[in-house]
Design a protein. Structure first.
Length: 382
């Protein structure tokens, strides 16, 4: 267990996942000069309490820059977001107060990872690929030179995996950033990979979807879906979901790469969002403003709902509700069983990032700069 971690930050009292294992509760000390603020962070929660409708805006936080497509990291009482200005922010979930931030200099588009006591930040511009920040020593642990990284980092117990803009999939060691293995994709990768057992699955813009061994980086299977992939795949159980920019959605066996079913829209100009899935359903927004919900096993469409603006963000599926946000600044809640619109809320910006469950509410990132918490008033009062 690590305790008393310190990060030099800037304080401001203004109001403005990938889950791979449960790690113990640790104390992160955010400090500036002689003052300090202790925040309890527990990463990463396997489950989060679902909100009760109706929801309302509890707070809005100004992060002063936009965000990438991945959902924010949710800890016990804090949310961590990274911006394209290169700043990582820690925000109190219940109050929306800034607990601290750290500027890493270059834009951050992919989601950072917390591995043991180290914050790993993928850098989307410049000559640095990764920055590793030691939370014990409150200092930079190492920086890794290389092609920029536009996607999130896959955390492992002794390091992690990333894909850079040159199409290189690389595993690194946590201690010093040393590259353990490297695999070259033929296309460029614009979406965070997913993991399945001891494999990492990567989708490229040439339509190639490939599973690599985490241990050595050797290919385990490879499938060409025929259309570009620009959004993150989704995996539930043994089913891999891959959406393309030309109106097609594929379900594959994650172990063998065999296509289980696929669906193609009549309009090939429609681009799907990253899909979301649970034991029964697959949900995906699209550039035509339609939220489509499919049967996980068969691919048959169960229902659809039309919105006036494009749906670029990955939806969020809960026990009774499917949530999504639009490029027209609207948040929507639909009944998961029938597609009935249960609630909509106008926000201060476009929704392009995945929505996160957090402590009985939702965290939504809106362009160009806001982090928003939605919750029911009664749940926050309790």
């Amino acid at each position: 267990m690590h305790s008393g971690h310190g990060i030099p930050i800037c304080f401001d009292n203004s109001f403005s996942g990938l889950t791979f294992r449960i790690v113990p509760l640790f104390l992160l000390l955010l400090c500036l000069g002689c003052s300090g603020l202790t925040v309890n962070l527990e990463s990463f929660m396997d489950t989060q309490t679902e909100p009760d409708l109706p929801l309302e805006i509890m707070w809005t936080y100004n992060a002063r820059a936009g965000f990438g497509p991945d959902a924010p990291l949710i800890f016990d009482k804090s949310v961590m977001v990274a911006t394209r200005q290169g700043t990582v922010h820690f925000i109190d979930i219940l109050t929306g107060r800034r607990e601290g931030n750290k500027r890493f200099g270059n834009a951050v588009n992919g989601r950072p990872a917390v591995i043991e006591n180290t914050l790993i930040v993928p850098l989307a511009q410049g000559r640095r690929a990764l920055a590793a920040y030691d939370l014990d020593r409150a200092d930079m642990r190492w920086r890794l030179r290389g092609a920029p990284i536009q996607v999130g980092v896959i955390p492992l117990e002794t390091g992690g995996i990333y894909v850079n803009t040159a199409g290189q999939v690389q595993r690194f060691e946590l201690d010093d950033g040393r590259i353990v293995w490297s695999h070259q994709m033929k296309g460029r990768v614009h979406a965070t990979p997913v993991t399945y057992g001891q494999s990492v699955i990567v989708a490229a813009d040439n339509g190639n979807v490939r599973a690599l061994s985490m241990r050595g980086g050797s290919p385990q299977w490879s499938v060409d879906v025929g259309d570009p992939v620009y959004v993150a795949p989704e995996i539930y159980g043994e089913t891999l979901l891959v959406a393309t920019t030309r109106g097609s959605l594929f379900a594959m066996d994650a172990h063998r790469g065999e296509v289980l079913w696929d669906t193609a829209l009549a309009d090939e100009t429609v681009q799907f969002s990253s899909p979301a899935a649970d034991h029964e359903l697959v949900a995906a927004g699209a550039s035509d403003g339609i939220l489509r919900v499919f049967d996980l096993d068969t691919g048959n469409i169960k229902w659809s709902a039309s919105c006036p603006d494009a749906l670029a963000a990955k939806p969020l599926i809960t026990s009774d509700v499917i949530y999504t946000g639009s490029m027209g600044n609207w948040f929507y809640a639909f009944d998961r069983h029938h597609g009935t619109l249960l609630q909509k809320i106008e926000l201060q910006g476009r929704v392009k990032s995945a929505i996160a469950l957090a402590n009985g509410g939702l965290i939504i990132l809106t362009e160009p700069r806001y982090v928003v918490r939605l919750a029911s008033f009664s749940s926050d009062v309790e």
